[in-house]
Write a protein that binds this ligand. Structure first.
Ligand code: NAD
Length: 340
C-alpha cells in the first residue's frame, strides 16, 4: 500500500518534505500548492511534481505565467490521504477546518500552537502515540534538536534538570527581509523562551528552562546544554549513548569541525542537496562531565532537521509501519542519514 501525500505551502520546509516523500517507496507525492507562479512553482514542474494553486483567485496568475496547474488546494485534498501543512506559522491553523471537511489527515509544523493538533511529535520520543492519529504537529527545529539529545541522555542516565541557552539564526538564507543584521537579540528578553515548554509537550517529565538569543547568521542554531543527571556519567559514556542514534552526529574540533560554518562546509562537501544536515550535530569536545553534572553544545540545521520527522509522522498516522525503529530506519536510509 502506498499513502498519497500532498504538501500545502511549498517553501523552505515544504519543498524539502516534498523531495523526501518522493524518495519513500511507501508514499506517493500527489502534488504541492503554490500561492505565486514564481521560480519555485516552475522548478516543481521541472521535477515532474503536480502544482495546485493555493486558491481559486490565483489560477489566472499561473495561466498567465504559463505554469501548468492541476486545480486548487481543494482539488489536491481530494487526491490525498495526508496533507503536510508547510504554510507559514499560524496560517496552518486557518486550514484545519478545510482538512477536516475533506477528511484528510494533516500534519502541522512547529510554527503552529500545540493545540492545533493536540499532539506534538518527535519520532524517537513518541512515535507510537501518533499511530492512527488524524492530526499531528511536528515540533519546531529547535525543539526537535533538543528532544533528540535530551531523549538520548534521559534514556541512558536520567535527567533531573536541564538548563539550555539557544543561539538562534536570525533568518533562513532566502529571507532577505529579516534580521537582526547587527544585534544580539534576547528572544524574548524574559525567561523562559517558548522552547522549554514546547519540549515538555513531547517529553512531559523533563525539567527544562530555556533562554534564547537571535544573532545575525543564517546557517544553523547552536544550543548550550547544562544537565543534571540521575546518575554519574563519564564523557565517554555520554558520547557512546549519543552515538547510538543515527539522527545524532558527533563531530570533532580536532577534525576541523568547530563551528556552524564548518558543519555546513562538511554538508556541502558530502554533496548534500541544499547543504542540508537533518542530523543533530553534537560537538564532541564540548561534552564535559563533572559526575552528575554535564555540559554539551549542539547545532541544528533549521531548514532540514524536521524533514525526517515529517516522513515518520506520515507513517505513524497511516499505520504504514509496525514500529518506530522500522520507520526511522526506512527514512534514514532513503535520505542518507547517519554514518557521519
Ligand atoms: P516559508 O515562508 O519558507 O514557506 C511557506 C510557504 O507557504 C511559502 O511558499 C508561501 O508562499 C506559502 N504560503 C503562504 N501563505 C499560504 C497560504 N495561505 N496557503 C498556502 N501556502 C501559503 O516557511 P517555512 O520556513 O517553510 O515554515 C513553514 C512552517 O515550518 C512554519 O510553521 C515554521 O514555523 C515551520 N518551521 C520552519 C523552519 C525553518 O527554519 N524555516 C524550521 C522548522 C519548522
Amino acid at each position: 500500500m502506498k499513502v498519497r501525500v500532498g504538501i500545502n505551502g511549498y517553501g523552505t520546509i515544504g519543498k524539502r518534505v516534498a523531495d523526501a516523500v518522493l524518495k519513500q517507496r511507501d508514499m506517493i507525492l500527489a502534488g504541492v500548492t503554490k500561492t505565486k507562479p514564481n521560480f519555485e512553482a516552475r522548478m516543481a514542474r521541472q521535477k515532474g511534481i503536480k502544482v495546485y494553486a493555493a486558491s481559486a483567485e490565483k489560477l489566472q496568475a499561473f495561466k498567465d505565467a504559463g505554469i501548468e496547474v492541476q486545480g486548487t488546494l481543494e482539488d489536491l485534498l481530494n487526491e490525498v490521504d495526508v496533507i503536510v501543512d508547510c504554510t507559514p506559522g499560524k496560517v496552518g491553523a486557518t486550514y484545519k477546518a478545510l482538512y477536516e471537511k475533506h477528511k484528510v489527515k494533516a500534519i502541522f509544523q512547529g510554527g503552529e500552537k500545540h493545540e492545533v493538533a493536540g499532539f506534538s511529535f518527535n519520532a524517537v520520543c513518541n512515535y507510537n502515540d501518533a499511530l492512527g492519529r488524524d492530526f499531528v504537529r511536528v515540533v519546531s527545529c529547535n525543539t526537535t534538536g533538543l528532544c533528540r539529545s535530551l531523549y538520548a541522555v534521559d534514556t541512558e542516565f536520567g535527567i533531573r534538570k536541564s538548563r539550555v541557552v539557544l543561539i538562534r539564526r536570525g533568518a533562513d538564507p532566502s529571507e532577505d527581509k529579516k534580521g537582526p543584521i547587527n544585534s544580539i537579540m534576547p528572544d524574548p528578553v524574559s525567561i523562559p523562551s517558548h522552547h522549554g515548554p514546547d519540549v515538555q509537550k513531547v517529553l512531559p517529565k523533563i525539567d527544562i528552562t530555556t533562554s534564547a538569543f537571535a544573532v545575525p547568521t543564517t546557517l544553523m542554531h547552536v544550543h548550550w546544554l547544562n544537565l543534571e543527571l540521575e546518575k554519574e556519567a563519564t564523557e565517554a559514556e555520554i558520547l557512546s549513548a549519543l552515538s547510538k542514534y543515527p539522527r545524532i552526529s558527533l563531530v570533532s574540533a580536532s577534525d576541523g569541525i568547530d563551528s556552524t560554518a564548518q558543519v555546513i562546509e562538511y554538508a556541502r562537501d558530502l554533496g548534500r542537496c541544499r547543504y542540508d544536515m537533518p542530523e543533530l550535530i553534537v560537538f564532541k569536545e564540548s561534552v564535559k562531565s563533572f559526575g552528575r553534572e554535564i555540559y554539551l553544545t549542539q547545532a541544528v540545521h533549521q531548514e532540514s532537521i524536521v524533514v525526517p520527522e515529517n516522513i515518520d509522522a506520515i507513517r505513524a498516522m497511516t499505520n504504514l509501519c509496525g514500529t518506530a525503529e522500522e520507520s526511522m530506519t526506512m527514512t534514514n536510509e532513503s535520505l542518507g542519514l547517519g554514518g557521519i
